[in-house]
Design a protein around this ligand. Structure first.
Ligand code: PLP
Length: 423
C-alpha cells in the first residue's frame, strides 16, 4: 500500500516557488527512491513522522546527530534550563568552559577545544589552523572523502574556483603508497593530512582503516611536521568514546567533531593537542551563533551520557541484530547483501546490483512498510533503537524482500541517479 503524500507534495510545490530547487544539500530527497518524504513533523526515540503523519523507524538519525534518541529527556532538560537563562548573549556562558573541560577530559589527544556550528566550520577551521601552524599550503585528503560544503572541499564544483582547491591533493584511502606518493610530490609544503575514521563515501562499501596505513599517516606527519587531522564529524562517538583512531593506537594533532555530540543541537568542535595551541590562538575564527549556550548545555549532558552509560554497547547490539537479521532474510529470499561499515553506521548494498535498482527497490518497499533506510548513504543507529523498533523493522524488511523478489523483473533504475552518473 502506498503511503499518503498529500501534505509533503503540497510543501514541495510551495518550496519550489521560494527555495531554489525546493531543497538543497544531501538532505534533499532527489536521489532517494520515489515516495521518500522530504518534510517531517516530529521525532521521538528512534521514530520519525513525516509531514503527512506516516511513522517510520528511522535509520538515518538526521544524518548522524540523533545519537541517544530524538527528544532524549536528560538532554532536553539541560537544554531547556540553559535556554531559560539565555542562549545567544553578548558573550559565552559558563557552560562553554565546562564543555571544553569535559571534551578535553574525554578525548585522549586533546588539550583544548574550540566550538563552532557545523562540521564544515570545524574542518575548515582545522585547515586554517594547520596552515597557520606550519606556514605551508597543501592539504592531503582521501579521494571521495566528504569533509563538508565549503569551496575547498565541496563535492559539487558549481560556483567554486580551481584556486579554491589548488592546494588540496588527493590520495587513496587505506593505501599507504598512494599517500606517500601524494606526500612526496608536495614534500616541503604539506600542512595537514585529513583522514576519516573509516572510508564512508556514498554508493560504496565502507572500509575500515588498516592500522598500518593509519600508523604511516602518523609517521609521515611526524617526519615532516605536517598535522594529522582526524575528521570525526560523521563517525564520532559511534565507534569509540574517544577519538576513533585511538582504537588503533594513532593520535591525531587535531580532530573535528559535529553532528551528534549535543544529540541534535547545533554545535561542532575542533580539538587539538598542546603543540597546536598557539596556532589555534593566532587564527581569527568566529560566528554570531558560535557561542550560543543552549547547544553547549545539551553537549555537556550528551557527553555525560557518553561517559556514564552503555549507549554505545546498546547501539552496537541493535546494529548487530539488524545486520544478522537482514543477512538471514536476504539469503532466505535468494539475495546476497554487502553489509559494510561498523554496525553502528551500516551500509547495505546488494551484490550484482551495479545500477542500484535492486537496492532502491528494496528501500522503497521498506519505506512503504514504515522503515526509513538509504540505498546509497551509510546509515546510523541510535541508543534509542529498541527491541520493539528492531522487531518492527525486521518484520517490514522480511516482507520487503519477498515483494522485491516478485518485482525484480520490473525494477527500473532511479532516473536522477542515472543523470548523476551520466554527468
Ligand atoms: C566526515 C564529515 N565531515 C564533515 C561534514 C560536514 O558537516 P556539516 O554538514 O555539519 O557541515 C560531514 C557531513 O556529513 C561529514 O560526514
Amino acid at each position: 500500500m502506498e503511503l499518503s503524500r498529500q501534505r509533503d507534495q503540497a510543501l514541495r510545490e510551495r518550496a519550489q516557488a521560494v527555495i531554489p530547487g525546493g531543497m538543497y544539500g544531501h538532505e534533499s530527497t532527489y536521489l532517494m527512491p520515489e515516495g521518500t518524504p522530504q518534510f517531517f513533523s516530529r521525532g521521538k526515540g528512534a521514530r520519525l513522522w513525516d509531514a503527512d503523519g506516516n511513522e517510520y523507524v528511522d535509520y538515518m538519525c538526521a544524518y548522524g546527530p540523533n545519537l541517544l534518541g530524538y527528544g532524549f529527556e536528560p538532554v532536553e532538560a539541560a537544554a531547556a534550563a540553559q535556554q531559560a537563562r539565555g542562549d545567544t548573549l553578548t558573550g559565552p556562558s559558563e557552560v562553554m568552559v565546562q564543555l571544553a573541560e569535559d571534551f578535553v577530559a574525554q578525548i585522549s589527544h586533546a588539550d583544548w577545544a574550540m566550538f563552532c556550528k557545523n562540521g564544515t566550520d570545524a574542518t575548515s577551521m582545522a585547515m586554517v589552523i594547520a596552515r597557520a601552524h606550519t606556514g605551508r599550503k597543501t592539504i592531503l585528503c582521501a579521494k571521495g572523502a566528504y569533509h563538508g560544503a565549503a569551496p575547498w572541499c565541496t563535492p559539487i564544483l558549481a560556483g567554486t574556483l580551481p584556486e579554491d582547491r589548488a592546494f588540496v591533493v588527493y590520495y587513496d584511502y587505506n593505501d599507504a603508497q598512494s599517500l606517500v606518493d601524494a606526500f612526496e610530490a608536495h614534500q616541503d609544503d604539506v600542512a595537514a593530512i585529513f583522514a576519516t575514521p573509516h572510508r564512508h563515501e556514498v554508493f560504496s562499501d565502507q572500509i575500515d582503516p588498516d592500522p598500518e596505513y593509519a600508523a604511516s599517516v602518523r609517521a609521515l606527519c611526524d617526519k615532516s611536521g605536517a598535522l594529522l587531522v582526524v575528521d570525526e564529524v560523521r563517525a564520532g562517538f559511534r565507534i569509540a568514546r574517544d577519538c576513533s583512531w585511538a582504537k588503533i593506537g594513532v593520535a591525531p594533532d587535531l580532530s573535528t567533531w559535529g553532528k551528534c555530540f549535543a544529540n541534535g543541537y547545533p554545535i561542532s568542535a575542533v580539538l587539538g593537542g598542546e603543540k597546536v595551541r598557539s596556532a589555534a590562538k593566532a587564527v581569527y575564527v568566529t560566528g554570531s551563533f558560535w557561542f550560543s549556550a543552549t547547544p553547549m548545555a545539551a553537549a555537556v549532558e550528551t557527553l555525560k551520557q557518553i561517559r556514564e552509560t552503555d549507549y554505545l554497547e546498546r547501539i552496537n547490539a541493535a546494529g548487530t541484530r539488524l545486520r544478522e537479521g537482514l543477512q538471514q532474510q536476504a539469503a532466505h529470499n535468494g539475495f546476497t547483501l554487502r553489509q559494510t561499515g561498523p554496525v553502528s553506521m551500516p551500509q547495505v548494498l546488494f551484490e550484482e546490483d551495479p545500477d542500484f535498482r535492486v537496492g532502491y527497490g528494496w528501500v522503497r518497499e521498506c519505506l512503504k512498510r514504515g522503515v526509513y533506510f538509504s540505498p546509497y548513504h551509510n546509515m546510523f543507529l541510535s541508543a534509542a533503537h529498541s527491541e520493539a523498533d528492531l522487531a518492527k523493522t525486521l518484520a517490514a524488511t522480511g516482507d520487503a524482500f519477498v515483494e522485491l523478489r516478485a518485482k525484480l523483473p520490473s525494477l527500473e533504475i532511479h532516473q536522477p541517479l542515472l543523470a548523476l552518473r551520466a554527468a
